[in-house]
Design a protein around this ligand. Sequence first.
Ligand SMILES: NC(=O)c1ccc[n+]([C@@H]2O[C@H](COP(=O)([O-])OP(=O)(O)OC[C@H]3O[C@@H](n4cnc5c(N)ncnc54)[C@H](OP(=O)(O)O)[C@@H]3O)[C@@H](O)[C@H]2O)c1
Length: 103
Amino acid sequence: MTAAMTSTVLVVGANRGIGLELARELKKRGHDVVATCRETSEALEALEVEVHRGVDVTDDTSVTALRKALAGRVLDGLIVNSGILRRTSLDPLDLATVPKSSR
Ligand SMILES: NC(=O)c1ccc[n+]([C@@H]2O[C@H](COP(=O)([O-])OP(=O)(O)OC[C@H]3O[C@@H](n4cnc5c(N)ncnc54)[C@H](OP(=O)(O)O)[C@@H]3O)[C@@H](O)[C@H]2O)c1
């Protein structure tokens, strides 16, 4: 993406790992980053992006609170990064295991 294509991107699970690096790169490229986390980190705070703390994707209450906090906002991109890697086969894909990919 170029600076001329600046957009607002929501990164869910941005306090560390891939989510943090995606947030950092998006910010570097001039995009408006809205980051969420269960607990923030020094690295995330150092990015100086909009941070929504206490967002656990397995907790309906905190997801609803995020939805309310972002009501009316236009989001051009959504990266749902939060989760844990479970090395299971996708063939066949058991949809019942998908929610378990988030702690
Ligand atoms: N790294 C790889 O090689 C690889 C390969 C394939 C897929 N993936 C997927 O890519 C994503 C990120 O990988 P990563 O290596 O960056 O993992 P990571 O370092 O373990 O980071 C996981 C992130 O997800 C957050 N998270 C986990 N459960 C959450 C929940 N219930 N609610 C909100 N946030 C939650 C964590 O927050 P906390 O700090 O609060 O735990 C953390 O920010 C994961 O979904 C992983 O399965 C990674």
